[in-house]
Design a protein around this ligand. Structure first.
Ligand code: MN
Length: 329
């Protein structure tokens, strides 16, 4: 997106949110801290500004992010048509891909005029009448905070906490290559407004169930290295969930563990689900994993991407090892 178009879209979104009496916020399926934190923050800030705001999520809130929704849980997709029609605007955050909005594509297509998108992923569908897509932003939370500031909406401590959770989780707690002055400035201002990094870290990353650690243990034990130890592959099968009692939403960040090994350039995690295999891809610095993911119908960022496939897990694994080997050689 050109700089001028981006700033025009930013301005249009600010104006449309400012004049809306009500809006519905939604984020992607299998939501992460950025999507959820941004959704919770826009909801709280919009309500404080006198708007009627509802939230909707394809799927459930993972346990580690439940603290963001103590007052109210997001509605499910069965309520989409009703809530969408009651709202002046539909605000989609942290995705611009129909493939990530399970079960909502048709309903969204029919309501394109009232949809605005706030996202930082490079791969974008034509979902909304206005789309502010800034792939240089570390998190959708950074963008949402800039919108909230431009609107002059107040940010109380829980809102600051939600936005901080978004920025901190999408930057791997300010360790990933997307960590930049813009993200750090947002974080600094959010701490001034009452976000407590230590308390948030404890709630997100030090509140695991023993089952999650048992699953991590099994996953690490099964890790394989290829391409002179530059490619790390981990797989989680249904049997691993059954044996440990861990849930599918407890595998977040497992993919990053193999990057502790100094030689690993690309890390893969394949997770067998009931209806498909989900794959997470990470790259240390050189390989564009979003290009690899795109070959299998997925997408994301150069350093972090994902895809879903209906192939058997063994077939998918071999296909991905081949695709990564090609890039690494
Ligand atoms: Mn994000």
């Amino acid at each position: 997106m050109c700089e001028k178009c981006a700033s025009d879209n930013f301005q249009t979104i600010v104006e449309r949110l400012g004049s809306a009496g009500s809006f519905l916020v939604l984020t992607h399926a299998r939501p992460d801290g950025d999507g959820l934190g941004t959704m919770a923050a826009l909801t709280a800030a919009g309500r404080a500004a006198g708007k009627t705001v509802r939230m909707l999520l394809p799927g459930n809130v993972p346990a580690r992010y439940e603290f963001l929704f103590t007052d109210e849980k997001p509605a499910g997709t069965d309520e989409f048509a009703k809530l969408a029609d009651e709202s002046d605007l539909i605000v989609i955050v942290d995705t611009c891909a129909f493939a990530q909005l399970d079960g909502l594509a048709d309903g969204l297509r029919a309501r394109r005029d009232k949809i605005i998108v706030i996202d930082h992923h490079a791969t974008a569908d034509d979902i909304g009448s206005v789309q502010w897509i800034d792939s240089s932003a570390a998190a959708a939370g950074v963008m949402a905070y800039e919108i909230i500031e431009a609107l002059g909406w107040s940010v109380d401590a829980p809102t600051a906490e939600a936005l901080f959770s978004a920025v901190a989780s999408d930057t791997g707690w300010f360790r990933f290559s997307n960590t930049d002055p813009r993200a750090m400035k947002s974080a600094g201002k959010l701490i001034e407004r009452g976000a407590r990094p230590d308390a948030i870290y404890n709630r997100i990353y030090q509140s695991d169930r023993p089952e999650r650690l048992r699953l991590l243990q099994r996953t690490l034990a099964g890790m394989e290295l290829f391409c002179q130890d530059r490619l790390a592959v981990m797989t989680i099968r249904k049997l691993d969930f059954d044996t440990t009692g861990a849930r599918a939403d407890e595998t977040e960040n497992f993919v990053n563990e193999s990057l502790r090994i100094g030689t690993v350039e690309v890390a893969l995690l394949l997770v067998e689900q009931d209806d498909c295999v989900r794959v997470s891809l990470r790259s240390r610095s050189r390989i564009d994993v979003s290009a690899i993911a795109a070959r299998f119908g997925g997408g994301g960022h150069a350093r972090a991407a994902g895809l879903r496939t209906n192939e058997n897990i063994n077939t998918a694994k071999q296909q991905l090892i081949d695709a990564c080997t090609e890039k690494l050689n």
